[in-house]
Structure formats: structure tokens, C-alpha cells
Design a protein around this ligand. Sequence first.
Ligand code: DX5
Ligand code: ZN
Length: 218
Amino acid sequence: MIKIAPSILSADFSCLGSEIEKIDKNGADIIHIDVMDGHFVPNITIGPGVVKCLRKYTDKPFDVHLMVSNPDEYIEQFAQAGADIITVHAEATKHLNRTIQIIKNCGKKAGVALNPATPLNVLDFVLQDVDMVLIMTVNPGFGGQSYLPHSTKKISDLKNMMIRNTLVADIEVDGGIDVNNINVVTKAGANVIVAGSAVFKQDNVGEAIRSLKMNSYN
Ligand code: DX5
Ligand code: ZN
């Protein structure tokens, strides 16, 4: 079952509440929230205070993608603000196992994100502990970039790694996904699809989400 997670990074920041209501009513399965600190990535977005305010606009899961250095320091704040899934970058923490445990101790689902240049083997000894792996299909920091073609093999290698180890974590992809390539990533094994521009930069977000689902491989 393919889930669409619109990224509010591409929404109108002056009215995030109504933007979330709009995708809630129009088929979004998950709300993807990009948190950037201007240090781990060259952009700054939103913090836990904003996430807390947005919580009242939907009951759909909040998927908080932390693109921040030292994520351990912020996990609890995002958990209290209403995150359901908290994803940290493997490159941003010195002790990935500990960081995952901090998320779990907050009672939240734990995700690990990998930049395009980061190999899958960093997951060898944590894969059994995570609920989701996020394969970045662009370099993190900005919406509207193009899908990096080498990502396809990485997604299918991860899928095979999970099958070999009889694990069932979600595989999320993020960056440059649209109606033309969603078939490729879903065929490779991704089941949670982040889409920023392909949802919010379209005239009709409902139609945009529907056509992403229709073009997915099932
Ligand atoms: C990039 C963010 C993405 C971004 C995706 O660093 O993590 O979630 O919003 O936007 P699109 O779908 O436009 O590439
Ligand atoms: Zn993201």
C-alpha cells in the first residue's frame, strides 16, 4: 500500500494551517514536516513551536524529518509538539543507536535518513530497531530539485536487505518525486512517498495526490 506524504516545505508558509487542512481533505496519508537548522543543511525552516500549533489542523500522522545537527537535543521537544514519526539523519549523530533509543523512549516511531552519498551499510546494525528508512533522492535543504537517478538502485538494495533479514520497516523516499518517476521508486520498493512541488505547486492538490497514487506501481 503506497502512502503519499506531502511536504509542507512547498506550501504557503503564511497559512500553514489551512494548507494542512487542504491536503488532509484531499487524500494525504501522512504530513511530512521538514525541519532545517541552517547548520546541517543550508536552509532554515520551522521548529517545535510551529509543529505544536499545526497539530490541531489534522489527525493524520506527523512525519518530522529532522535535518539538524545534534538531533538528540531536539527529539523530546518535537515528540511533545505532536510528532508521530521522528526521522534523524545518520550523518548528523555520532551515536545513531542511542539517538534511535531516545526517539523510542519518547514513545514515537523512529526513522533514519540517508543522504545520497551515504551507503546503506550504516544501517547494518540498526535496521532491526527502526520503523522507517528515508532514502534522500536529492541532497537535503531545498524543495524543487531533480531526482538523483542513482537512488533507484539504493532503494532496491535496501528492499532486498530487508527481505534478506525478514524485516518490514517502511521505505520512504524524499526529493524530486513526481507523476513521471513515482512508478520507478515504488517498483524499486519505496512505499512512503514524500512530494513537495508535485503536490503544492499544482493547481489542484487533490488531483495531484490522486495522480501520484494512480501512477504508482502496486
Ligand atoms: C528536501 C526536503 C524535502 C522536500 C521535497 O530537503 O527533505 O522533503 O520538501 O520537495 P520536492 O518534492 O519538491 O523535491
Ligand atoms: Zn523531507
